[in-house]
Design a protein around this ligand. Structure first.
Ligand SMILES: [Zn+2]
Length: 494
């Protein structure tokens, strides 16, 4: 048949539909309508609509998937009974190079146009177009493999829950006995002593203790890794951030489900601890607001409160702003250091560490986090349903978009859980969790420090001595700082 430019191009609409219980994918009818509209928009005549039902385009075991409608379409093009193919997405046509290479040959022979509704026309007659198409096939293959792997892992996770894949047992768990072939392996059991160490470490991290001090502490107590080595920061960090201790199974950095073994740390606490370990800045949110300990609290001998100012060399100073002579100025940092060390000495002597030392209570965040946690679970089942729906077949671009949306939502929820727990720990007074005054002090925020200062001591700065100070004089003459302490048990009131 001789065709001229006035003869409309003849298009085949090819749709492929998947079994999609999630109902999230575009169904065949929608696909067909959109394809027909594209044909009309391009002035094409639709000569045939071909549909493969519930067939996958993914290659299995190196063999092309069987798709009768697709084969009919290829025959039509080959025999010159159609000029163009209209599809919803290019992945309707091929998902592997096994389909793509014959298609490229066909297009080169017949100059068939390929028009996907959802993207730009695919031009397999140019090398760039072919390269893009091949890349898409590679990406599609990888995506399918990943999805399958994830589903397989999930299925196997129950079976493999207790299996020890060789090597030393994980810290916190008892060794798993070898089971005869064919028998289900035992579920891992907790080693309660080690589990308790992990729980304490989690609280320590959340209350601002460093991993290196936890390592030192464990080493001092003779606690080693299962291999018998001294604990170092990075193995400890890996242990604490592993999903295993939260009773979850992780794959590719994503939690894919609950493990059969019991959790050592509850999930919200684990999320919070992991967030702090990944980003220590989360814990000290108002540290960047510089405020001085004694500004407006320390007083000049005249009774006026001292304020912070800068000296000519840019150093900060406490200053009395009253007019006239004899009022005081003192370098700010040395004065704060001196007052702090005296205050800690007072707190240690007068208020020795409480009986609860070493028994860190946990803040109560259960009702808030439980709800968020339930929502995470719901989103995870949505993700599973989606993967199941799209694994056999389905629109990959669509799958990815939907999956990313759900994953973002999960990340956001996990972030909220972590922040709830982190904030709860921050809101606790450090001495609530049994730290000594010296350990607790650095963890107080500046407002708390100022409140403690105000309630325990009145700091009065006395006038400087007359004459030039000797060369070797300290920056701060502490004998000119008068400290009036509150009687034990009877703090000053404002
Ligand atoms: Zn003064």
């Amino acid at each position: 048949m001789i065709r001229n430019e006035n003869t409309p191009l003849r298009a085949v609409i090819y749709t492929r539909i998947s079994d999609d219980p999630s109902g999230l994918g575009a169904n065949a009818h929608d696909q067909e309508l959109k394809c027909a509209k594209l044909a009309a928009d391009n002035g094409m005549t639709v000569v045939s609509v071909l549909t493969d039902n519930d067939k996958t385009a993914a290659a299995e075991n190196g063999k092309r998937a069987k798709r009768p409608a697709y084969d009919r379409m290829i025959t039509m093009l080959d025999e010159g009974r159609a000029d163009a193919v209209i599809v919803w997405q290019v992945d309707r046509l091929y998902r592997s190079h096994l389909d793509l290479e014959p298609l490229i040959n066909l297009v080169e022979r017949t100059h068939t146009a390929i028009l996907p509704v959802m993207s730009a026309p695919l031009d397999l007659t140019t090398s760039t177009g072919r390269m893009v198409a091949r890349l898409l096939a590679v990406v599609a293959t990888a995506e399918i493999e990943k999805m399958k792997e994830r589903m397989k892992l999930k299925k196997e996770s129950n079976r493999a829950a207790g299996a020890n894949p060789g090597g030393p047992r994980p810290f916190g768990f008892k060794p798993v006995r070898k089971t005869p072939k064919g028998e289900a392996p035992e579920v891992q059991q907790l080693d309660e002593d080690e589990a308790e160490l992990i729980r304490t470490a989690a609280r320590d991290v959340l209350t601002g203790k460093s991993l290196s001090s936890i390592c030192r502490d464990w080493t001092a107590r003779g606690i080693t890794t299962p291999r018998g080595n001294a604990w170092q920061i990075s193995p400890l960090c890996r242990l604490l951030t592993s999903a295993r201790v939260a009773g979850r199974i992780e794959h590719d950095g994503k939690i894919i489900g609950d493990a059969q073994w019991p959790s050592i740390i509850d999930y919200p606490t684990w999320l919070a601890m992991r967030a702090v370990l990944v980003d220590p800045a989360r814990r000290s949110s108002d540290d960047n607001k510089i405020k001085w300990l004694g500004s407006g609290i320390y007083t000049c001998h005249c009774g006026n409160a001292l304020r912070i100012g800068s000296s000519q060399n840019g150093r900060h100073q406490y200053r009395c702003n009253m007019p006239g002579k004899g009022h005081v100025t003192r370098p700010a940092e040395p004065l704060d250091e001196y007052v702090t060390s005296e205050l800690l000495d007072y707190l240690t002597r007068i208020a020795p560490a409480s009986e609860t030392e070493g028994m860190a209570p946990e803040p109560s965040v259960d009702p808030e986090t439980a709800e968020l946690e339930a929502e995470v679970k719901r989103q995870q089942s949505r993700l599973d349903a989606l993967a199941a729906a799209f694994a056999g077949d389905g629109d990959l671009v669509e799958y990815r978009t939907l999956a990313l949306g759900i994953r973002d939502k999960i990340t956001e929820l996990e972030d909220q859980i972590a922040q709830t727990v982190v904030t709860a720990y921050e809101d606790m007074e450090p001495d609530d969790y049994g730290l000594s005054a010296e350990e607790a002090w650095p963890q107080y925020d500046i407002e708390t420090k100022r409140a403690v200062l105000r309630s325990r001591v009145k700091v009065t700065v006395l006038p400087a001595r007359r004459g030039r100070p000797p060369k070797d004089a300290p920056v701060l003459d502490t004998s000119l700082i008068d400290l009036e302490w509150a009687p034990p048990g009877r703090p000053f009131k404002d």
